[in-house]
Design a protein around this ligand. Structure first.
Ligand code: MN
Length: 162
């Protein structure tokens, strides 16, 4: 682990052609990439997580999530807040019972106890910074009743269907 206060951004590169480069993941020196398995039964698809800042003397954490084209984060809610900055790509997010288009540099606030999910557009990864409390509660997944309530809104049903 480097002790330098600066950890360099590693420019994404695929196999050298522009399309592959555009899909390659953002990386930083000395930051581990946690990759989740693509699995139809799991509540997320094609998401990686990198914790950029976490210190005992810091009350928050800053993470970077990257959702592969067509992938999505977990549909969940919890008491802690998310403060999100879209760093790359575009897609849609569900916050509460409303679906929003999101693109690079937009800011998204997820208030306490609010259902939320991020979905990447088909053509490019969706990468976002997410600030959270360092000490936070565990996410809750929707049960059948919560899902029924959410999908009673046609726009939400269409969003969750991909
Ligand atoms: Mn969350």
């Amino acid at each position: 682990m480097s002790t330098s206060p600066v950890r360099r951004f590693v420019p994404p590169h695929g196999d050298g052609n522009p399309a592959a480069d555009a899909r390659a993941g953002f990386r930083w020196e000395d930051v581990d990439v946690l990759a989740y398995k693509a699995d139809a039964a799991s509540p997320f698809r094609d998401v990686t997580r990198q914790t950029l800042f976490r210190r005992d003397d810091l009350a928050g954490e800053l993470r970077y999530f990257e959702v592969a084209p067509g992938g999505h984060s977990t549909l969940e809610r919890h008491a802690h807040v998310h403060a999100v900055l879209i760093l790359r790509g575009e897609g849609r997010c569900l916050v509460g019972e409303t679906v929003h288009a999101i693109r690079e540099h937009d800011l998204v606030t997820v208030p306490p106890g609010t259902w939320h999910q991020f979905r990447a557009a088909a053509g490019a990864p969706l990468g976002f910074l997410c600030m959270v409390d360092a000490v936070r509660d565990k996410p809750e997944l929707p049960d059948d009743g919560a899902l029924a309530t959410l999908t009673s809104h046609p726009a939400v049903a269409a969003f969750l269907a991909g």
